[in-house]
Ligand binder design. Sequence first.
Ligand code: HMG
Ligand code: MG
Length: 302
Amino acid sequence: MTLPKRVTLFEMGARDGLQNENARISTGDKVRYIDLLSESGLRWIEATSFVSPKAIPQLADAAEVFSRIRKAPGVRYPVLVPNLKGYERARAVGADAIAVFTAASENFTRRNINMTVDESLETFRDVVRSAKGDGVWVRGYVSTAFGSPFGDAVTPQMVLDVSVKLMELGCDELSIGDTIGVGVPSQIEALVPLLATRIPLDKVALHFHDTRGTALANVYAGLQQGVAKFDSSSGGLGGCPYAPGATGNVGTEDVLYLLHQMGIETGVDLAKVRAASRFIAGVIGHTLTSKAYQAMEATTTT
Ligand code: HMG
Ligand code: MG
């Protein structure tokens, strides 16, 4: 078994993380959090979400956040976009990387974006066409890839079908999401080789939520299958308000600790991610779930 020598992390804290926080977070604090993350060596930081402010009130200040963050050289700041209206809002403030999002589960897609999976793909057709015309990079999310919160069955074949359709629309990369943190390594071992039959694995990221404590095991299973891109959120912040019980993404500090101790390079400074997490923990007023973050907080003062 050969594991990748280098892994790319895609930071979720500012979007997937903050979208699930109840306390109102000021625009200035969001900007400061992202600016701290930008100092860590992370090359991909999902900054915010141009969705309906009624759907996600916490990120209603997306335009202001995006405008005010310091765009560090070499760092991309993708933003979530559900439709053309979101795309236009994102472009108006200069976003050059976007993410569209659908799911394997029909029930989840209906609750999350009020569309069927097919309708979502039709909506994204126009968004991705505009993006390609404007030279904008596009990621496509496939949520609920390992299970739905609403009881409908999800199979690897369903995930493959949606993934292929997103790639055919012109997405540059896919992120396969365990939205509610039910997945286990045997599912990753089954799904990733199936995806690889149709999609080059260097275009596939895995996005694990740690609801049942299986996320880091799933990252390792992904590495064993040759995946070298993972989504994570600093401190383990996060969840999805449209997936009952969903908790945060796997912690960036946890993934960094695992990878670095195994000699896998990321280019990311763990201490600097921890500094960003510490800042946002002070803002949201509750402890963060990342074990590596907690261990650093317990044993060191700087
Ligand atoms: P809808 O109500 O069906 O849409 O919502 P609509 O077109 O009828 O519009 C309703 C209202 O929203 C209208 O305003 C629109 O103008 C406005 P009104 O006339 O009532 O005043 N509107 C917008 N405003 C600003 N920006 C926009 C926009 N679009 C419409 N882009 C819609 C459909 C998709 C808009 C809505 O359901 C929505 O925004 N959903 C987003 C839900 C969301 O953000 N979920 C969390 C992200 S997904 C996730 O976390 C999973 C992920 O992490 C991966 C994983 O974990 O698996 C990515
Ligand atoms: Mg998510």
